[in-house]
Design a protein around this ligand. Structure first.
Ligand code: AMP
Ligand code: GLY
Length: 432
């Protein structure tokens, strides 16, 4: 059973369905894409209805549950399933604090001496503002708790910080999540997403990827859940030894020593400043939209990899990646991220075999017609020998998808690099 309803969950179902060891997949609640995916059936249970999911898994003898979004993890779905001896891929509620509390994540990073932006933690506006006045580097305000990707405010000046802090503490825009804030040093540089599988003992990094958070071309406009991604990131190969030494080795040593515990997928959000990697954030689940670009490149049996995580024998696995790049472009509703689209009819052409159209905000209506059902509607992922070739395949598929209000960025994967820059990563993937 895959828990969730987005493009990430469609990609998880699609990849799991390719395993000869998988006979049937339930997706709860799923979308219009999972409804018609091979071996997959949607189940009408919300992703955060932990009791409902648990009851369904028991009744239907679900062998393995894979959790997509963070909310059920933070609610303790893994603890609830494991208490009933049901197998589930993901971190416990305590481990999920790495994403659910930014102050906790920063404390872990500091304890392990992992490079991260300098910071302070505050539970009131006066002290928070004093900190911003006293430190000209303190310009990023983050609410401590989960905020659906909206809880980070990157400021240019003290007055912007003041405005952000007023939103948090005076207007209480983030409710409980905003009781505490982390104020960070503002870093500058490109970002890389690194997803790492962890079985409780061993870290196994997946391929690198990068997402595009802003709504419009050239990174203009508001932040979104992600308008596209590509994998791999050409600069990752050169940075990898430093990332290994400064970030992955300390995490592995802490796992070995028992001072850090994690099982599931650890998403490490990196910013590269002056050629040095810094950890911006941890997520405790697969990234969206990055996962949609990684899984089409993965050659391993994905079910076996997840199973190896639950059985703590990941050390005996290596990941193999197709020597192709992936570029994934999100098709959203016109008004996204402010406004979503509901019930608008969709037609899709038949994309070529190098393209996979993952559904996000879609559903089948009562007449089995595919209609819109959210802000981000599709993620069109294309493979290619080069980024430009992948982009071309993607553009053809995007042109064949029609719904009123279709919107997308045209620069996903543009100007990323040439074959010489990424060939080394493809030929020498780092497996651990
Ligand atoms: P987070 O959810 O912590 O990854 O933050 C969301 C986005 O805010 C990141 O992807 C960055 O683009 C930006 N951001 C977060 N922390 C910082 C920082 N310390 N300096 C500059 N930008 C940041
Ligand atoms: N792409 C960032 C995330 O999944 O949170």
């Amino acid at each position: 059973m895959v828990v969730g309803a987005g493009g990430r969950e469609h990609a998880l179902c699609w990849k799991l369905a390719q395993s000869s060891l998988v006979a049937k997949i339930y997706c709860a609640p799923g979308n219009g894409g999972t409804a018609t995916e091979e071996k997959t059936t949607n189940v009408d249970i919300a992703a955060d209805d932990v009791a409902g999911l648990l009851a369904f898994a028991k009744e239907n003898d679900v062998y393995l549950t894979v959790v997509g979004p963070e909310a059920p993890l933070a609610q303790g779905i893994v603890d609830a399933f494991e208490a009933e001896k049901l197998k589930i891929f993901g971190p416990t509620q305590a481990q999920a604090r790495l994403e659910a509390s930014k102050a906790y994540a920063k404390a872990v990073l500091r304890d392990l001496n992992i490079p991260t932006a300098d910071f302070g933690v505050f539970d009131n506006k006066v002290d928070a503002l004093t900190f911003c006045h006293a430190n000209d580097w303190a310009r990023v305000i983050k609410v401590d708790g989960l905020a659906a990707g909206k809880g980070v405010m990157v400021c240019d000046s003290v007055s912007e910080c003041e405005h952000a802090l007023a939103e948090v503490f005076d207007n209480q825009r983030f409710g409980e999540s905003g009781r505490t804030v982390v104020i960070e040093e503002r870093l500058n540089g490109p970002e890389i997403s690194l997803m790492v599988l962890c079985d409780g003992k061993f870290l196994l990094p997946m391929a690198s990827s990068q997402d595009y958070k802003r709504r419009f071309d050239n990174n203009a406009g508001p932040n979104t859940g992600g308008m596209g991604a590509f994998s791999p990131v050409p600069s990752y190969q050169e940075l990898q030894p430093r990332i290994q030494q400064k970030i992955l080795d300390p995490l592995q040593a802490a796992l070995d020593a028992g001072t850090f515990s994690f099982k599931g997928l650890l998403y490490i959000g990196l910013m590269i400043q002056d050629n040095q990697p810094y950890v911006l954030e941890f997520n405790v689940r697969f990234g969206d939209p990055e996962t949609q670009c990684l899984l089409p490149r993965l050659e391993n049996d994905f079910f076996m990899i997840l199973e190896a995580c639950t059985l703590s024998c990941l050390y005996s696995y290596s990941l193999f990646w197709q020597p192709k790049v992936a570029v994934g472009t999100v098709l959203s509703a016109e008004g996204y991220p402010e406004v979503s689209s509901k019930g608008v009819p969709i037609t899709i052409g038949q994309p070529n075999e190098l393209v996979k159209v993952f559904h996000a905000g879609t559903r089948l209506d009562d007449q089995q017609q595919l209609v819109t059902n959210g802000g981000r509607i599709f993620n069109v992922v294309a493979l290619g020998e080069t980024y430009d070739e992948a982009r071309l395949h993607g553009q053809q598929a995007i042109g064949a998808i029609h719904f009123d209000g279709k919107a997308f960025r045209t620069d996903i994967g543009a100007g990323v690099g040439n074959i010489r820059e990424w060939l080394k990563e493809l030929v020498c993937p780092s497996v651990s």
